[in-house]
Design a protein around this ligand. Structure first.
Ligand code: FAD
Length: 301
């Protein structure tokens, strides 16, 4: 049987660049899971790996130590997340200086969710950075960092409209953001329509699609609801009845994610950002599918 056209078509194209998001571990078990995932994904030579900053700055130390270990013990290029929430400018500037001292060259600058929880009104901290564009400008003042920001193809839940949301992105770009990473989405058409609007608004930075492999449908759907990400009926139906069938769920998740990623690549996307949830298996499989090979494989070949 000959190889399916879709696969052969895109794998013969220019290579795809990938990046991976991790979160800082809370306990020893999670620590093991994170570093096993890092070990498995690192040989795929991602453009960068990002490490999240817990809600309200709750993981300041853990984010820092995870990023520091990535710098000290791997050849990966980490991007450290940073939010404006619950801290004064002086405190945030200290974090930026600590990142610089640790060798961080790339920061993902975010506003963060309200301390009172997603869905409640955001109140800037007194003497803090009021919004992300201010934080971006603050980071630029303190060092020569590459800066990433968020982008929302389906609009941020607090946004009155997609146009207002794109205006907020424009402010972040004007303040110095170098690239953006999208909130996860499942309908690629939404991403491409968003990109048309963003480009028409005069925003020309790269905007990497954020991809979530569905490790657990119920959890992902719950999170999507909070984030304003639409969960199409076809997606729900693919996972229907698989609640207690881990093996089939994993195969379906790989197929769903492969379909999304291959379609993005077929339509011209060359850079993909994976929300790994500190789990390597699905992400590794998808990366393999799109033609990425671990360096060790290349050496062995
Ligand atoms: P922004 O994009 O700055 O603003 C959110 C929305 O508010 C805008 O889209 C706009 O609608 C509105 N807005 C902002 N400024 C203005 C203005 N001046 N006038 C009018 N409207 C305005 N959270 C964490 O706590 N830690 C993380 O590590 C983290 N990483 C993330 C990574 C990515 C790629 C993404 C997409 C999100 C991440 N988040 C993280 C979640 C994020 O903090 C929340 O979505 C938060 O509610 C918004 O932060 P933001 O930087 O995306 O906001």
């Amino acid at each position: 049987m000959s190889e399916p056209t879709r696969l052969s078509r895109h794998t013969s194209r220019c290579p795809v660049n990938v990046s991976f998001e991790f979160f800082p571990p809370k306990n020893a078990e999670m620590e093991t899971s994170l570093w096993e995932s890092v070990d498995r994904l690192a040989p795929l030579s991602p453009s960068f790996v990002s490490v999240t900053y817990g809600a309200g700055g709750s993981t300041r130390e853990r984010t820092h130590s995870t990023v520091k270990r990535l710098i000290d013990e791997t050849s990966l290029k980490p991007a450290a997340h940073l939010t404006c929430v619950g801290a004064t400018r002086t405190e945030i500037d200290d974090v930026i200086r600590e990142y610089a001292a640790a060798g961080v060259k790339h920061i993902v600058a975010l506003r963060g969710d309200p301390l009172t929880g997603i869905g409640t009104k955001y109140e800037p901290t007194a003497d803090g950075y009021a919004q992300t564009s201010d934080l971006v400008a603050g980071i630029k003042r303190l060092g020569d960092f590459k800066i990433a920001v968020s982008a929302y193809p389906e609009a941020h839940p607090e946004s009155p409209s997609l146009d207002a949301d794109i205006d907020a992105l424009k402010m972040k770009v004007d303040a110095g953001a170098d690239h953006a990473i999208t909130q996860f989405f499942f309908d690629n058409d939404l991403y491409f329509r968003y990109m048309d609007k963003v480009r028409a608004r005069g925003i020309h930075i790269p905007i990497l699609p954020g991809i979530v492999p569905v490790q657990n449908f119920k959890q992902t759907a719950g999170f999507a609801k909070k984030c304003g990400t639409d969960v199409p009926a076809w997606l729900a139906s693919r996972f229907e009845g698989l609640e207690n069938d881990v093996a089939t769920r994993k195969l379906v998740a790989a197929a769903v994610c492969a379909e999304q990623v291959l379609d993005l690549i077929d339509r011209g996307v060359t850079d993909l950002h994976f929300y790994t949830m500190n789990k390597a298996d699905l992400v590794h499989a998808i990366c393999h599918l799109v033609g990425l090979r671990a360096q060790v494989d290349k050496v062995a070949a």
